[in-house]
Design a protein around this ligand. Sequence first.
Ligand code: SF4
Length: 473
Amino acid sequence: MIRAIVDPPWDFSAWRAQARMALRGGIEPASIDWQDPQHLSLLDGLALNAIPARIDAPRVPRAFLPLAARVLAHREPQRHALLYRLLWRMTHSEPHLLTHVTDRDVHRARELEKAVRRDAHKMKAFVRFRAVPGEDNAYVAWFEPVNNIVDLVAPFFMRRFAGMRWAILTPDRSVSWDLQTLSFGHGALQSDAPGDDAQESLWRTYYANIFNPARTNPRMMRQEMPQKYWKNLPEAQLLPDLLRNAGHRVRDMAERVPQPPRRRIPLPPLPAPDPADDSLAALKAAARECRRCLLWEPATQTVFGEGPQDARVMIVGEQPGDEEDLSGRPFVGPAGKLFNGALAELGIDRAQIYITNAVKHFKFERRGKFRLHRNPEPSERAACRIWLERELATVRPHIVVCMGATASEAVFGKGFRLLQERGVWRTLVDGTRAFATVHPAWVLRQRDATQRDAAYRNLVDDLRLLVSGTAED
Ligand code: SF4
């Protein structure tokens, strides 16, 4: 027998390295003993890396790779052998094997994949972060997944909670995000995570208020939220009482005299809150409470600028997009990634720059599950200008770069013609040097790859002014 060890056993790269050696050595599935590194067999066997390669590694159908990555996350002890059997068959005589849903191996792999998907869905739905006492913007969650899914699900949490420092602890593996990097580590104990916090009692109050007894289906609820997860869900403590009283509450609702719906009168805009001191952190905290226009209401949060208070360069974009709204950070969506690429190409360190938007809340229109970007009205741009002015006065950059028409108008005033005047230095009334260029989102909106490439090159050329400008500075 030939010995194959996948370490760690859920890792796709580790399994692929072993499987590739076996394929190249022409080793049939029945001749391999796939061993768990934690429970190695006493029977000795030849290690796979001692087998000489006899053939080149054959091509593998693309659909197999994501399937294998998910199957490996399952705890089923036979999964390594199952995947190798599929691989062997596909690369020898059955290239379309995965389409044969009634095949025993394919069916089993799909079952394992489905279980892992379900487990990942539960993790996304039931992880509850708790604030770390004494630390700012730091959260820890405890979760007990059925399978080894932490590595699979971690990127979802990174995208969803990009603006906070967090860790998820599980019995087998942990993952943390420090605003820059995802790091994986060993398993932990539940006692390593903080206990109940103030936000949980707030969440319980909210949950009790939105719980609709008329739409309660305990059977469906237990199916969707299996009881094994209840012990780590703050709202689950309320469920027995809420379910018990649901019947009375529905009867009360039915007996109540109907009332005409109340017309919703929008709240009048409020003055901008004043920061507690002249620091950037205080300014950011004040902007979080801003109600100067109605954009704050449907949005998730204020997306304020980020970067050092003594930054020499300030970038002003237009308004946050979907990802910025969810993460609370500017320029982190697809346009932000393109912008990061342009900076990297010019050797400019993003961490040295202050980056903000002319409008601090995401304006959108709902279309099904999508939120489509909408341009802010002139009145909303005017209302939000106060925050940009305060940022300029606090950071006092030497150079301001306006990206897109909204930002250019906020800085240079009405009538600025972006396409004619882009990439040209101007001097603001306080002596700050500034120029405008297109927004990276505009580059992404170009119709075809050639136009996009040309638009990107022009953007990089405009931004090159920063290299000469900061050198002269
Ligand atoms: S968009 Fe600007 S002005 Fe309007 S609520 Fe948000 S921060 Fe305030």
